[in-house]
Unconditional design. Structure first.
Length: 277
């Protein structure tokens, strides 16, 4: 998978885009009516138990608004924190703090939400790896996949050029499933090959070919367990489709190597934070 880079320049550019979205074209016209000379010390508090994430984005947002704003981070990314925890202390011009408040909170709410949800799955999956997918919000993939790692998960391929992933739609457009797999093996060039199947009959058709991973899609735990037994020592195994916190433990108990979950990035709930004077 392509390496995720959360460089200072990336964080800065992400915060700039977010601030421009919020402040263009006329700035914060409401906060502009506040006395510019008011200096306040404000606490960032978590209203929920969570895995914290996005603090570099939080700090950079205020730095771009006003370099004189002081931001002391009390809790680092990846830590599990309790409800009511003081995560950071900000001190500076209240007008400028209010102008950057929503953007800063949006970053940590979203990143912490993904990290927290991922961690919930990780804890229920025992030693089975939990990974995200490409079901990400456009232009937020790097940030979302970073959040998954904070929660103890791993990343699936970052983009379409990272590895071969032969899915049901690819199979549906070819008359010879086996030839599609064989062709990918010839073109491998150091890339991994994953083949998705939705029944064991499909798996048996390609069994013995030199691909890397078999993905059991929308199969019940009993079938997954049979597939894992068949694949053992020959292919890495993965399960996906319809995975939730209620059935994750049962799926993990099949012995599958990893479980991919789109929910981690496409529909996760944000964590609630507040700024308190």
């Amino acid at each position: 998978m392509s390496k995720i880079q959360l460089s200072k320049n990336f964080i800065k550019s992400s915060c700039k885009l977010a601030l421009n979205e919020d402040l263009f074209p006329s700035g914060d016209i409401t906060s502009d009516i506040i006395d510019n000379n008011q200096i306040k010390k404000i606490k960032l508090i978590s209203n929920q138990k969570c895995i914290i994430g996005g603090m570099d984005f939080f700090k950079e947002t205020f730095r771009l608004i006003d370099r004189k704003i002081k931001c002391k981070i009390k809790k680092k990314d990846g830590l599990e924190i309790k409800k009511g925890s003081v995560v950071a202390i900000i001190e500076g011009n209240i007008k400028n703090i209010l102008s950057g408040e929503r953007v800063a909170l949006n970053f940590i709410s979203h990143i912490s939400g993904i990290a927290t949800k991922t961690n919930q799955f990780v804890k229920k999956a025992n030693k089975t790896k939990i990974c995200c997918t490409r079901k990400t919000i456009p232009n937020l993939r790097v940030i979302q996949k970073y959040a998954v790692k904070l929660g103890g998960g791993i990343n699936h391929r970052f983009n379409l050029s990272d590895e071969f992933l032969i899915k049901d739609n690819h199979i549906g457009f070819t008359k010879n499933f086996e030839n599609l797999v064989k062709k990918s093996i010839k073109l491998k060039r150091g890339k991994k090959i994953t083949v998705e199947v939705d029944n064991l009959k499909q798996f048996k058709k390609i069994f013995g070919l030199k691909f890397d991973r078999i993905l059991f899609d929308n199969m019940n735990p009993n079938l997954i367990k049979k597939g894992v037994k068949l694949a053992r020592n020959l292919y890495e195994t993965e399960a996906s489709g319809g995975v939730n916190l209620q059935n994750i433990s049962k799926i993990a108990s099949t012995g599958v190597d990893r479980i991919s979950i789109g929910e981690l990035t496409h529909s996760v709930n944000a964590i609630d934070f507040k700024l308190e004077i």
